[in-house]
Write a protein that binds this ligand. Sequence first.
Ligand code: FE2
Ligand code: FE2
Length: 332
Amino acid sequence: MFTERTEVKTDLTNVFHWNYDVMYPQMDRLYENAKRDQWNVSTTINWDRPIEREVIDMSMIPMFQTDLYKSLSQDRKDQLMRKFAAWRLSQFLHGEQGALMVCGQLVEAAPDLDAKMCAAAQVMDEARHVEAFRKYITKLDKIYPIDPTLDRLLCAVIEHDRWEPKYVGMQIVAEGLAIAAFRFMQRETKDELLKEMLEYIMKDESRHVGFGMLALREAVRKLGGQDKKDLEEFAFSACDMMVTKIVDGKPKDGFLSGTSVFEEVGISMRDVEDEMQRNPDWAKAEAEMDKQFNSFLFVDTIIPCLRQLGLINERTEPWYTQLGVMQLASAA
Ligand SMILES: [Fe+2]
Ligand SMILES: [Fe+2]
């Protein structure tokens, strides 16, 4: 069932800042770069190109090596591939809308002007990303509803009444997720239009992580006692949500709603699960792919940022180790 609208209540304190001196020159530079690097979705990218048939390289996804998949007609294979890509891109789209809203909140709640200006520039970037994904997905197939895990993450960030957890949740964890997912998809796709679009978006996103780190370094240093502990816990719970665990034989957390596309093209999930069970190698390959993605996401992107900010420390490191996100995929 597709809901048109969700309302989230928040108790955010808005802050005016009356000192107009540049207090953080590095942030001012990021704001300058943001203005310099503006691009226009409708004119920078040539939308007249058709989307390649192989929008995702299916050979990299273990499920698509199974006999079940091989037995499908070419037409259904193509349909499945398009829908699978549309589902994934839809999650990017919803994430971008979340980023747009959180950045709007940061303009209001950030305690200094340099951060407000950077956040304002990011609002425009995120609006552009929403525009780009919406345009691409509608050209490809259709927009899918938000995955429950992503919904939970975005709501937790939006409804928080403090600005520091918003920065951590959005600028470090969600942006980290975005960058890792974009990089992964860019590697997989054979479609030049998508590759180009993701390239432009990723350039904006890496600026956003830089901005988050600058704003947070100072802020986290100033936090003491329980507030610091709360922020550490918030950062961990945001990471924890994204990792799928098996509880009582059933998967929990992570991004699981993508399986709906199989049913949509007339393949029952039961058959897919049976097939995977018959072929433990594919199940293993699937788990390996998840590990690779988590390695991209956590080891390369999120963990180094959280460590630099002092949010991974003696108290919290064991939580991440237990979650299994501290080592590289190849070493895991
Ligand atoms: Fe974005
Ligand atoms: Fe962003």
